[in-house]
Design a binder for this molecule. Structure first.
Ligand SMILES: [Zn+2]
Length: 333
């Protein structure tokens, strides 16, 4: 592919140090959603700015930056409300432009609104922090969106459905927001259960469907959870979420829903709130970045595997086979 260059005066070009493969990338890998021929893939990256357009005034060449999963101008009405994913001038790599993050070089539109320096002086953080910085590009902000939208706070009993990278980050977020008790609904994958516990889950339930709901009820005196963070997006996980939440509680969803139908009458009778949606991760970066820098959270632990860019096909295979939780693509390897 030709090297990306500055096209619009608000663009920057980033030399990608590390990118990631997302669970949502697997939808097109499996042929369940279509990708435009010639478009590239990947929407999570960190790296160094090597060029900027004439109208880029904040971000400078040499800055080491986090690239959140959509670009946004940071100044329109939607951005002002914190909904950077609805930016009037926003877009998504591999869709509005062919360039995308699983590459050596990346064009970033709306660079001033989109890019965030990892450190105030633009320098590169310690090696140990790089995976967590990469997690801030998507999965950590997405898990945080689930917990924050649902109203998790001190005293909450919170259930997280899903042991993928977003579910694991939702556990971190629930803890960060002060939940009193976090219950993870996970697969039988022992490594994922162990990670969930070490990131802050007090209990891990591996039962599914009605059995999972019974197990949550048993942990909450029959009432159900204050919040359920639905981090999968399937019909089964949604129906578990709605059955496991207490009357008056909140279900938030951040997994892309596939084939989910919701019966509003059920929600009406129990005063259940549904919230969530696509996470405005750019908006959350100023809140989450200090937590990483101060070592209060370590979302980089979701990266179980590290492969070079030339091995990206193997990264997809491992994630598709659920052998890897999430793969970091190291462009220098
Ligand atoms: Zn905007």
């Amino acid at each position: 592919m030709p090297d990306p260059v500055v096209v619009d005066p608000t663009d920057a070009v980033v030399r990608v140090e590390a990118a990631a493969v997302c669970g949502s990338d697997l939808w097109s890998y499996r042929g369940q959603s279509t990708a435009k021929p010639g478009s590239r893939i990947g929407h999570e990256a960190v790296g160094t700015v090597i060029a900027t357009g004439d109208e880029v005034t904040d971000i400078a060449v040499g800055d080491w930056v986090i690239v959140p999963f959509r670009w946004s101008d940071g100044v329109c009405a939607a951005c002002a409300r914190g909904l950077t994913t609805s930016c009037e001038h926003g877009g998504f790599w591999g869709r509005e432009i062919t360039e995308a993050c699983q590459a050596e070089l990346l064009r970033v539109p709306q660079a001033d609104g989109t890019l965030v320096r990892a450190l105030p002086d633009g320098s590169r953080p310690d090696d140990a922090l790089v995976p967590s910085m990469l997690a801030l590009a998507d999965v950590m902000g997405t898990g945080y969106h689930a917990a924050l939208s649902a109203g998790v706070g001190p005293g909450s009993t919170t259930v997280v459905i899903g042991d993928g990278a977003v579910g694991q980050c939702a556990i971190i977020a629930a803890r960060l927001l002060g939940a009193a008790r976090v219950v993870a609904l996970a697969s039988t994958h022992a490594d994922r259960q162990a990670l969930a516990r070490s990131l802050g889950a007090d209990e891990v339930i591996t039962a599914r469907g009605d059995d999972a709901v019974v197990a949550v009820a048993a942990l909450t005196d029959g009432a159900g959870a204050d919040q359920v963070l639905e981090c999968v997006g399937t019909a089964q996980s949604f129906s578990t979420a709605l059955a496991a939440v207490r009357s008056g509680g909140t279900v938030s969803y951040v997994g892309i829903p596939h084939g989910v139908q919701i019966d509003l009458a059920t929600l009406f009778a129990r005063n259940v709130t549904i919230t969530g949606g696509v996470a405005p991760v750019r908006h959350y970066l100023p809140a989450l970045l200090p937590a990483v820098l101060e070592r209060r959270i370590d979302p980089g632990r979701v990266f179980t595997d590290r492969l070079g860019l030339s091995e990206v096909a193997e990264a997809y295979r491992r994630m598709d086979a659920r052998e890897a939780l999430k793969v970091l693509i190291d462009t220098s390897a």
